[in-house]
Design a protein around this ligand. Sequence first.
Ligand code: ZN
Length: 313
Amino acid sequence: MRHFQVGDARITRISELNLDGVDAAFLYPSVDPEQVRIGARPLSAGSFDPSTGTLRQSIHTWLVEIGGLTVLIDTGTGNDKQRPTMPPLDQLKEPYLERLARAGVQLDDVDAVLMTHVHADHVGWNTRLQNGAWVPTFPHARYLASGVELDYGAAVDADDEAKANALRQVADLGPMSHLPAAGIYTDSVAPVSSAGLIERVKVGEGEVLPGFSYHSLPGHSIDHAAILLNSNGHHALFWGDVLHHPVQVTATEWNSVFCEFPDAAVTARRKALAWAADTGATVFTTHFAESSAGRVTRDGDAFVWTFIEGTVA
Ligand SMILES: [Zn+2]
């Protein structure tokens, strides 16, 4: 288990899946896969396997313990979720909750769940299957997400094209490449909402918990946000899915197959990288493998990523 200290916060990675052998042509469908492999070649073997030319990624969540609060940033994919269009995520049986327990956290201990966006691999452990029904996994937690993300997820699942269109018009993110996968709101958000545990966030409007704030980086999804923790002037930036792999740090124009609004996603990616470089924030990714955390610096007009190791215990 890997820990990081940022100000007063102790931050622990809770692993869910290691994704090895990811095909460049799958992850970046609009890019020549040979270009991706050339871009990835300088990376270490933890992120790129030169023998197969495939990428390595991860799905994990971040446990933040600060000031007596126990906070989870995103909740991975979850077990038992039917995701037939995403085979690596379909009906998982992963010991994620056991790993959380090994970090000293029981289900009742979680005070808040902060979601960067409502996609399958970020909200899954919001709920778990009990006696055939989806119930909130963390019964004492407040679950926070962008109100726009919540409404959009609900509209997609309800096939309410008029509502989805109206939300897109307000968001004004340029062309859309695809809708998010259906069914996620229904099994991973609606049961939490029914239990009265959801809190709608207006992204960009101040602190949602002491030290924690949401920052608008839309494009990957309609109201995708980074979550920033400021502790005594030290910054931890949980940037969600603005980047899916370190190869994009230099190739900022490459969008993943999961990015819904391509132009806006590129803008958000560059904004996040610039912000991380200028503040020296410790960045906590959702899909980088290796230590999954690092720092961004500048080299002329380009950005450079450096993993930081934290402590392993
Ligand atoms: Zn993701």
